[in-house]
Write a protein that binds this ligand. Structure first.
Ligand code: ZN
Length: 418
């Protein structure tokens, strides 16, 4: 039997298709609420008959770092993606979605090279190139985003006519259909091609705008559950996790609860002396205004030292911790060359911004701000449709269970895969 080795883990050959789903922004509270409301019968069955735990995701609890942790089975210290955005060695703010920035092979690319058929579908196109890195798309492997589903070509994506395949129109960028399309296309490909491994990554627009129990959130989860049930019916092992959770970050009167850190630092050390980077920033800012629970500060001018910044901010209300580069890299397994001089992390109810003038909050008026990035959003569901072996049960109980072990558990741990 062939095996695959990557980042210290040996993966056996899957005996049946394995589908790993990343519910973007899928805070455990949505599942808890869904169970109470009786709207997610398939997930409830997995939790009862398969395996269910809460796992530790990657901090900062943002989309790119966590998706890369899941697909490589390793922390950012290994794969290099520690945010959606960082300040490079030339002082330029760089989007971290370029495949050249990913320092690890992916589990699906390793399997594809060994002859498996693999599929990676993401809602947001920004993740596609890293998730599909190293994938030979001439061998029946597929990688595309629902955001650009209508533009898929055989050369770029390994597939065309995706709208026809999914039987859905091109979904809007800010809609629940952008995520549901990913699942529907996964179902159709599982039926048609019987791939060995699928990675399906959704988007968190609904969770940013709707709290657990809200009718829109419940509709979204009911529809996800229905599609997940169909994947399991087709004979796949289904594994569910999230890239990060989501918490309400608003004040009692409904305004975003923000600490504008750049303004505070400029007042203390002078403009230009420090640079605050918000690594939540991406092309989709409508739902969070680039406000998350984790920022990085670079010391540029010589007045502010890491110690002075930490002393200034660590006891401020709303700040959970302020850590220097060594400490944050050690604690959260982050790559030092992409870390700032100080990392500042908010508490459960607070987001941290750069300068107030840099954030466009005009799109946040329609709902309370819900966001992520902090340690408090790094707890995620870890659910398998089938039971795991005694050995894996022991490992999970001994902990810590990391969300980036999801492929390991789904492929090596489930009884059907043995
Ligand atoms: Zn996300």
């Amino acid at each position: 039997m062939k095996t695959i080795h990557l980042n210290g883990i040996t993966y056996r050959w899957p005996a049946c298709p394995v589908v790993v789903i990343c519910i973007d922004g899928g805070d455990p509270s949505y599942i808890e609420q869904g169970l109470r409301d009786g709207i997610i019968p398939n997930i409830a069955r997995f939790m009862r008959d398969g395996f269910s735990a809460i796992a530790e995701g990657t901090v900062p609890s943002f989309t790119c770092p966590n998706n890369m942790s899941l697909i490589t089975g390793a922390p950012p210290a290994v794969h290099g993606i520690s945010g959606n955005y960082y300040l490079n060695e030339h002082g330029a703010a760089v989007v971290m979605t370029g495949p050249e920035l990913l320092r690890s092979r992916t589990i699906i690319a390793e399997f594809a090279d060994a002859g498996a058929r693999v599929v990676a579908i993401t809602a947001k196109d920004k993740l596609r190139k890293q998730l599909g890195k190293g994938l030979d798309l001439t061998q029946g492997n597929i990688s595309f985003s629902s955001e650009y589903a209508s533009r898929c070509t055989l050369t770029e994506n390994g597939i065309d006519n995706v709208l026809e395949l999914a039987g859905m129109p091109q979904p809007d960028m800010y809609s629940m259909d952008l995520s549901l399309f990913v699942l529907e296309a996964g179902i159709k490909l599982l039926e048609r091609d019987h791939p060995d491994l699928l990675f399906l990554s959704l988007t968190d627009y609904i969770q940013h705008k709707h709290a657990p129990g809200d009718p829109v959130a419940n509709e979204f989860y009911a529809r996800i559950d229905e599609k997940i049930g169909r994947l399991a019916e087709l004979g796949a092992v289904v594994a569910l996790t999230a890239d990060h959770g989501m918490n309400d970050k608003s004040t009692r009167d409904g305004a975003p609860n923000v600490i504008f850190l750049q303004d505070i630092l400029d007042l203390e050390f002078g403009p230009g002396d420090t640079r605050v980077i918000c690594p939540i920033t991406d092309a989709f800012v409508k739902h969070h205004g680039a406000l998350g629970g984790f920022v990085r500060v670079w010391c540029l001018g010589g007045k502010a030292t890491p110690r002075a910044i930490i002393d200034l901010v660590q006891d401020m209300p709303g700040i959970a911790m302020a850590l220097d580069k060594d400490e944050v890299c050690r604690r959260f397994e982050l790559p030092p060359d992409r870390e700032g001089d100080v990392a500042v992390i908010g508490d459960i109810g607070t987001v941290i911004g750069a300068a107030e003038a840099e954030h466009d909050l005009s799109n946040l008026a329609d709902a309370r701000l819900r966001s992520h990035g902090a340690v408090t959003e790094a707890k995620v569901p870890f659910i398998l449709s089938r039971p795991v072996s005694a050995d894996f049960l022991r490992r999970a109980a001994a902990g810590p269970l990391k969300s980036h072990q999801i492929f390991d558990y789904a492929i090596n741990g489930t009884e059907a895969a043995q």
